[in-house]
Design a protein around this ligand. Structure first.
Ligand code: DC
Length: 233
């Protein structure tokens, strides 16, 4: 192990994994902000790769070509005071396109390739920097940061998650059919949970929280309490 790796390993990580719509993104981002820690939105990396693949006409079933694209991809996450967050792919602002259902579904397909996951592993681990990291994803606790002192697995029923997504999309003025959304969420869950590499499963030492009947504040308070109990300052 290199000295750099050892130093990185002593930096605390809180992993928050779970299916889309479980509320993990909201709680992870808020926790990072609250603690003044770095934040890794690993789903955004898979989404960026999906965008790069669509742009460059790479077949979403071609794991080898996708892995090459993953290694080469130039991405940048920024927070601009007063303008919120912005994400860039090869210098082009893609923040809005990143969040569409089309990109999410393509991301779930590219994420199923073992080579792609391997290609993105180191990039994700580089986010582990002092004073700490909150990592949001599907395999943060199982594969990327298996030594994390606190692993949370957040769930919610498919209907509840579809409901949240439906509201979110409506607020953005996007017209969607609720039944289609539930169906899409079920299909995405099935694909994410059944893939051979890094499937969406809780780490054996993860604390599971079902957010179906909890408000965002209640989930945040629970996670913060876990941080106080499990993570050294
Ligand atoms: O969290 P999200 O919806 O932005 O993730 C988009 C897709 O990327 C999701 O369907 C599964 C995949 N993903 C993954 O396989 N592993 C991660 N750590 C994060 C996301």
């Amino acid at each position: 192990m290199h000295r750099h790796d050892k130093a990185a390993q002593s930096v605390a990580v809180v992993t928050i994994d779970g299916p889309s719509g479980s509320g993990k993104g909201t709680v992870a981002k808020r926790l990072a902000h609250h603690l003044g820690w770095h934040f890794l939105d690993s789903g955004a990396l898979y989404r960026l790769l999906a965008l790069a693949a669509i742009r460059d006409d790479i077949d979403l079933d071609d794991g080898r070509a996708l892995a090459r694209a993953a290694e080469d991809m130039d991405v940048c996450f920024t927070v601009q005071p007063g303008h919120g967050e912005a994400v860039y792919l090869e210098g082009e602002e893609v923040s809005r396109r990143l969040r569409t259902e089309k990109t999410g579904n393509a991301a779930s397909r590219v994420a199923a390739h073992k080579r792609v996951r391997r290609a993105l592993l180191e990039r994700q681990r580089l986010f582990r920097q002092a004073p700490g990291l909150v990592a949001d994803g599907r395999d943060m606790g199982t594969v990327v940061f298996p030594d994390a002192p606190l692993k949370v697995f957040l769930t919610a029923s498919a209907e509840e998650r579809a409901e949240r997504r439906y509201k979110q999309l409506n607020e953005q003025g996007v017209d969607v059919n609720f039944t289609d959304l539930v169906q899409e969420i079920r299909e995405r869950d099935e694909r994410d949970a059944s893939r051979k590499t890094a499937p969406l499963v809780p780490a054996p030492d993860a604390v599971q929280i079902d957010s179906s009947r909890l408000s965002a504040d209640e989930v945040f308070d629970k996670v913060l309490e876990l941080v106080r109990e499990n993570v050294q300052p």
